[in-house]
Design a protein around this ligand. Structure first.
Ligand SMILES: *[C@@H]1O[C@H](CO)[C@@H](O)[C@H](O)[C@H]1NC(C)=O
Ligand SMILES: *[C@@H]1O[C@H](CO)[C@@H](O)[C@H](O)[C@H]1NC(C)=O
Ligand SMILES: *[C@@H]1O[C@H](CO)[C@@H](O)[C@H](O)[C@H]1NC(C)=O
Ligand SMILES: *[C@@H]1O[C@H](CO)[C@@H](O)[C@H](O)[C@H]1NC(C)=O
Ligand SMILES: *[C@@H]1O[C@H](CO)[C@@H](O)[C@H](O)[C@H]1NC(C)=O
Length: 286
C-alpha cells in the first residue's frame, strides 16, 4: 500500500516537471518571435524617423497596442482580417504614384531592388509591412495571451493571426496603389511564375482600382542560366483577366535574366505580347 502511494507520488511529480519544461509543440509554425513588443516599437520608430519620414507623425505606442489587441488572448484559429483594422488605419500612409511593386517568389530580390522605399515601395516597405516583415506571432486563450512555442500555419487553420494580417495588409496596399503598377515574378519557379492561389492573385490584383491605375508592367525574372518556365502563360493570364477589369490599362511585360548576384537585370527583351505591348522593354536597371 505504502509503496504504491510513493510510486504514485513520484509519477505525478515527474509528470508536472515534464509539462513545464517541455511544452507539447501544438502547431507546425514558429511561435511568437521573442521580444515582439520591442521589435515592433523599434521598427515603427525606425520607419518614421529614418526610413520614410515623409509619412509624418505616427504614434508607435498606439500602433503596437492596436497590433497586439488584434490577437492577444484569442484562440489563434479565429482571427479575421478585420481584427487588424485599427492597426491598418493607424499605419496608413500614401504610396507614391508609380512606386507600388507587387511580387511573388522573389522577396529578397524585390527588397534589394526597392531599396527601402528609395526606388519602389513594395508592401514590405510600407509602415505596416515593415513592422511585421519576417515576424511570427499568435495569441492563446488566457494569460499572458501570447504563444511562444508554436503558431498555426495556414494549412492547419486559415484564420490564423499572420494570414489575417497579410490579407488585410495586401488588400489595403493594392487599393492604395496608383499610376504604373509593377509586378515582379520569378520565371524560374517550378510551379509557374504566376502562382494561384497566392496573395497576388487573390487579394492584390482584384483590388487594383480602376481609374487610379494607368498601366501594369510585368517583369518576369529568370534565374541566370535557369529555366524560363512559363513567362508567356503568366502574361496571358494577367493580360486576359486584367484587360477586362481594368480595360483602360495598357498591359505590357518583359522577361529578363538575373545576374548571379541578382544585382542587375540583363538581356532584357520584350515579351511578344503585341496586342497589349509597346515593343520597347523598359525594364529598370539597378
Ligand atoms: C500615443 O498613444 C498612447 C497609447 O495609446 C497614448 O497613451 C499617448 O498619449 C499617445 N501619445 C501622443 C503623443 O498622442
Ligand atoms: C478605419 O478607417 C475606416 C475609414 O476611415 C473607418 O470606416 C473605420 O471605422 C476605421 N476602423 C477602425 C477600427 O478604426
Ligand atoms: C526564383 O525561383 C527559383 C526556383 O524556386 C529560386 O531558386 C530562386 O532563388 C528564385 N529567385 C529569386 C530572385 O528569388
Ligand atoms: C505607364 O504609366 C506611367 C504613369 O502614369 C507613365 O509614365 C508610363 O509612360 C506608362 N507606361 C506605358 C508603357 O504606357
Ligand atoms: C535567359 O537565359 C536563358 C538561359 O541562358 C535563355 O534561354 C533565355 O532566353 C534568357 N531570357 C532572356 C529574356 O534573355
Amino acid at each position: 500500500m505504502n509503496n504504491f502511494h510513493i510510486l504514485l507520488g513520484s509519477f505525478f511529480f515527474i509528470s508536472v516537471v515534464q509539462l513545464e519544461e517541455a511544452p507539447v509543440r501544438r502547431w507546425n509554425g514558429k511561435g511568437t518571435t521573442p521580444n515582439l513588443q520591442s521589435i515592433v516599437l523599434g521598427r515603427c520608430y525606425d520607419y518614421i524617423e529614418t526610413v520614410n519620414p515623409l509619412v509624418g507623425k505616427k504614434n508607435c505606442s498606439e500602433i503596437w497596442e492596436a497590433f497586439l489587441k488584434a490577437f492577444v488572448g484569442k484562440d489563434p484559429c479565429t482571427l479575421l482580417p478585420e481584427h487588424y483594422e485599427l492597426f491598418i488605419n493607424l499605419t496608413l500612409h500614401d504610396i507614391p504614384a508609380s512606386k507600388a511593386l507587387f511580387w511573388e517568389n522573389n522577396k529578397q530580390l524585390v527588397h534589394r531592388y526597392s531599396d527601402k522605399t528609395s526606388r519602389y515601395m513594395p508592401l514590405g516597405d510600407t509602415l505596416a509591412g515593415w513592422i511585421a516583415d519576417n515576424l511570427d506571432w499568435c495569441g492563446a486563450l488566457g494569460n499572458p495571451g501570447l504563444e511562444y512555442s508554436s503558431c498555426p500555419t495556414t494549412a492547419e487553420c486559415e484564420n490564423n493571426p499572420q494570414e489575417a494580417f497579410w490579407r488585410i495588409a495586401s488588400v489595403t496596399y493594392a487599393k492604395h496603389s496608383s499610376g504604373e503598377i509593377k509586378i515582379m515574378l520569378n520565371g524560374s519557379t517550378p510551379g509557374g511564375a504566376f502562382p494561384v492561389p497566392s496573395f497576388l492573385a487573390d487579394y492584390e490584383i482584384p483590388n487594383f482600382q480602376r481609374g487610379q491605375v494607368s498601366n501594369i508592367s510585368i517583369l518576369v525574372m529568370d534565374e541566370m542560366d535557369g529555366p524560363d518556365i512559363d513567362s508567356g502563360k503568366v502574361l496571358w493570364i494577367l493580360a486576359q483577366n486584367e484587360a477586362q477589369s481594368l480595360s483602360h490599362s495598357l498591359i505590357w511585360g518583359c522577361s529578363a535574366n538575373l545576374s548571379k548576384q541578382g544585382s542587375a537585370f540583363i538581356n532584357t527583351k520584350p515579351y511578344p505580347l503585341t496586342k497589349y505591348f509597346s515593343d520597347s522593354a523598359k525594364a529598370s536597371y539597378f
